[in-house]
Design a binder for this molecule. Structure first.
Ligand code: PLP
Length: 466
């Protein structure tokens, strides 16, 4: 499989290059040149496979010879061996035809581990083969940073720099980034919000001298491998729930950067029986508004909420869907993205909007609703959910559609990552698992930086070993 940019003006790359490159040089995002297909018979065969075996089958058509099964399967086993459930993404029933998919069983307690643990293995293998070193630079609204650091800490071929918005991530999230002792880990607190961090990241990737000099790599959800790795658990859910034409499975996805829900869309695009996809948003509801109005408009400010990993105004991965909605016209996609950066908004053409509405629903939950859902699930199902998962459950309920079809809400974080919000809603404080029980007592190491490209670049130049 070769990869093309959503803006149509960057080199076409094979899998491994696209993975290591991250952001395309024309500012676009890499997507597969064509979509492979899976059949109903394939899906039925997946039902008796393990998570690792399913992943190997789903990833195969995207990877070429870069990672033959003999190499891929041990890397998958190493990545998913660190999860505390053999199923990796177990389903829990919360209603007659309603399910939660627990995606937080990895080492940092958020769904980001599902992709990042695998990416850590794949990057390490690819860089070792090339005898190369890389500076991974990421921007995080909380969970990506912790997951990236966990995947790369101590690795010989990689330095990892994570930009996060100072004061805008939870204490637990911050400590996950600032307490690792390995010298190749660099937590950078930027005086700005997540969109500022993401803009700095993009600017660093668009500075080719800087990018090439340090061999920058990106593991934000702009990296195609992130999306691809996440598509595997949608397939597992379909197989487990016996999905077939006429019994499609709906998914409600707590959405920020649109990476996770795009992974679900990709599975649908490849022919598997995914029903409607519900974009679940918190008060930062750009996508909910886009579905309602057809105008993708940046709000004046990002609102801090109890689900900070979704406190995002620009959903980078939405560009991948826009490219598809525009019949893969890179020049047209680039024009809309230029409108967005110049005017703060773009309008989807009517046909594109119609297609968007044919496959997606949306709902946004405010803080009171999020709290009410956490309390309701505690009462009805007997366990605690985190605020992000609650936003997903809320949207699943409100955009339910046909109740004879299964609805899966994605539970994207462990409740112990957001103990204050969970305690406020239920009076119970969720305890972290044993390996993180002393996190609050570990010494922190962090560099605070202004929201200034030159300052951030100078810092990274000084620390990278590349
Ligand atoms: C990152 C994250 C999200 C949003 O996922 P996107 O792929 O950015 O849409 C939702 N919930 C949690 C807990 C996250 O960490």
């Amino acid at each position: 499989m070769r990869y093309v940019s959503t803006r149509g003006a960057a080199p076409v790359l094979p899998f491994e290059e696209a993975m290591l490159t991250g952001l395309a040089r024309d500012g676009g995002l890499y997507v597969p040149e064509s979509w492979p297909g899976f059949s109903q018979a394939d899906l039925e065969a997946f039902a008796s496979l393990s998570y690792v075996e399913t992943a190997a089958r789903v990833l195969r058509p995207f990877m070429d010879e870069a990672f033959p099964d003999s190499e891929l399967i041990p890397l998958l086993e190493a990545a998913y061996g660190r999860f505390d459930s053999k199923l990796v993404a177990p389903l829990v029933q919360i209603g007659p035809n309603d399910w939660l998919m627990e995606l937080f069983r990895g080492p940092t307690l958020a769904f980001k581990d599902v992709a990042m643990q695998l990416i850590g293995q794949l990057f390490d293998a690819a860089l070792a083969r090339r005898n190369a070193r890389m500076a991974i630079v990421g921007a995080t609204s909380g969970d990506t940073g912790a997951a990236a650091i966990e995947a790369f800490r101590g690795r010989e071929n990689v330095d990892v720099f994570i930009l996060y918005p100072h004061g805008r991530v939870s204490e637990f999230q911050r400590r996950q980034m600032t307490t690792p002792v390995e010298a190749n880990v660099h937590a950078l607190a930027v005086e700005g919000d997540f969109d500022d961090c993401q803009a700095l990241l993009k600017a660093m990737f668009n500075d080719f001298e800087f990018r090439d000099g340090l061999n920058l790599g990106a593991v934000n959800s702009i990296n195609w491998m992130r999306v691809l790795a996440q598509s595997v658990y949608y397939v597992r859910a379909l197989a487990a729930l016996g999905a077939r034409p006429g019994r499609e499975v709906f998914f409600s996805v707590p959405t920020g950067n649109f990476g996770d829900i795009f992974a679900g869309w990709a599975i649908k695009r490849m022919g598997l029986p995914v029903g409607r996809l519900v974009v679940a948003a918190n008060a930062n509801d750009i996508l909910d508004r886009t579905l309602k109005t057809g105008i993708y408009r940046r709000a004046a400010a990002t609102l801090p909420t109890s689900s900070p990993s979704m406190d995002i105004q620009i959903s980078s991965n939405f560009e991948r869907l826009v490219f598809e909605l525009l019949d893969r016209d890179g020049a047209a996609t680039a024009r809309l993205m230029r409108d967005l950066s110049e005017k703060g908004e773009f309008a989807l053409p009517p046909k594109a909007l119609e297609r968007l509405r044919a496959e997606f629903d949306s709902a946004s939950a405010d803080e009171a609703e999020t709290q009410a859902v956490i309390a309701r699930i505690r009462k009805e199902a007997g366990f605690l959910v985190d605020p992000h998962s609650a936003v997903g459950i809320s949207a699943a309920t409100r955009a339910r559609g046909d109740s004879r079809l299964p609805m899966v809400a994605l539970a994207t974080a462990h409740p112990a990552k957001f103990p204050e919000a969970v305690e406020a809603a239920t009076g119970e404080r969720p305890a972290p698992p044993p390996h993180l029980a002393d996190l609050h007592a570990r010494p922190e190491r962090v560099t605070r930086l202004p929201n200034d490209l030159a300052a951030v670049q100078a810092h990274i130049r000084g620390k990278a070993r590349a």
